[in-house]
Design a protein around this ligand. Structure first.
Ligand SMILES: O=P(O)(O)OC[C@@H](O)[C@@H](O)c1c[nH]c2ccccc12
Length: 380
């Protein structure tokens, strides 16, 4: 359902206004263009904001539309963008708006998503879909991400490693000052990683798409996961043009319809999709979606940053574990893994792969960090 925007006067984006947080819980915005109002009616939060029209002759095209599926019963609490705030009050050159639940992110994940929404809108203007489609023709070929995990697991008998190239995170700050993404990636490849994950979010993780492209250009052979907060199909095209072999979709952010549709776009390109869950209800939702063959269980709650590796075990117990085995889904244990005991614990719980950043990237030799993490050399 499309929201209707206020017809007159014209809208300006929140970004154009310099927002100052001042005492008394007010947001003060200096009005950049006198007489302009901020957009105060927004489209349905959490609905698809960019939908591929049915495959047309010239390939898929992104059309502006929104999902009709109800997201309320999917338990998604993360809102796609701020809802309308209370009416703004003009006082002299300032515009005041009460800070409330609608215009203040409730947690860090929501803040990241709101920021991403603005970021994508700007990037799309610079690189519209038609220009990305052209770039796809010259993008490097896709490598089989899931296949690499399966064969590493068979080869070593230990969970296949997705080693993460990660400079910083909102929860841990800067992990490594002398950060050379290509060197780190090389060390991971030599140390026996099956695949790599490259953070591309700049604002919160100090990553970049340039890092992803540079690693790909460097001749690294391991398949690459583009570690991005995807909320718009445009990002999948963008990731592919930069050399990604896999994408991440986060179930606490995306309704089922988005996961279904975005994973289909990924498949069209030959990309693998890692669908990340954190709790039982997200796992149950994802297990009901057809065609998902790679599920990540994040041990970190992205809303609170709490890490608990027993989360992996909890979500693989009983019926859920059975369905996963029946469907031959590869489960990735994600976050907070530091020791051989941690690896053994999640393997025992049923994972065939792990995603590890901090404990490796902090080592002066990240390749040796892999041997320390597994308690043995997994490179041969
Ligand atoms: O550094 P750690 O604790 O080993 O975690 C790696 C990875 O699991 C974590 O970076 C991650 C998992 N899911 C995410 C989603 C977005 C950003 C980051 C993440």
């Amino acid at each position: 359902m499309e929201g209707t925007s206020v017809a007159t006067p014209p809208r300006v984006s929140l970004l154009n206004a310099s927002a100052l947080k001042c005492r008394n819980n007010f947001l003060v915005r200096r009005r950049s263009i006198p007489g302009y109002l901020f957009e105060n009616t927004r489209r349905n939060n959490n609905a698809i904001n960019c939908v591929l029209s049915q495959e047309s002759e010239g390939g898929a095209s992104v059309a502006s539309s929104s999902s009709s599926s109800s997201v309320d019963d999917q338990g998604i609490k993360i809102r796609r963008r701020p809802t309308s705030g209370p009416p703004s009050h003009a006082v002299g050159p300032f515009e005041f708006r009460l800070q409330n639940d609608g215009n203040t992110p409730r947690n860090i994940l929501e803040e990241i998503i709101w920021n991403k929404d603005v970021e994508i809108t700007q990037l799309k203007e610079k690189k519209p879909l038609y220009s990305l489609k052209k770039a796809l023709d010259t993008a490097p070929p896709v490598r089989d991400f899931v296949g690499a995990l399966r064969s590493a697991y068979l080869r070593t008998g230990a969970p296949a490693l997705i080693a993460e190239v990660k400079k910083a995170s909102p929860s841990r700050g800067v992990l490594r000052e002398d950060f050379h993404p290509v060197n780190i990636a090389q060390a991971y490849e030599n140390g026996g990683a099956a695949c790599l994950s490259v953070l591309t979010d700049e604002k919160y993780f100090q990553g970049s798409f340039e890092n992803l492209a540079a690693i790909r250009r460097s001749g690294i052979k391991r398949p690459l996961l583009c570690k991005e907060f995807i909320i718009d199909a445009w990002q999948i095209y963008y990731a592919r043009t930069k050399g990604a072999d896999a994408i991440l979709l986060i179930a606490s952010v995306l309704p089922d319809a988005d996961i279904n549709y975005m994973s289909k776009i990924a498949k069209k390109f030959g990309l693998s999709t890692l669908v990340e869950v954190h709790n039982e209800s997200e796992m149950d939702r994802v297990l009901r979606i057809d065609g998902i063959d790679l599920i990540g269980i994040n041990n970190r709650n992205l809303e609170t940053f709490e890490v608990d590796i027993s989360n992996t075990k909890k979500l693989l117990e009983g019926k859920r574990g059975e369905i996963i085995r029946q469907k031959d889904i590869i489960v990735v244990g994600e976050s907070g893994l530091f020791t051989p005991d941690d690896i053994a614990y999640v393997q025992e719980a049923g994972v065939k792969a792990v995603l590890v950043g901090e404990s490796l990237v902090k080592q002066s030799d990240p390749g040796k960090g892999i041997a320390d993490l597994y308690g043995r050399n997994i490179s041969s």
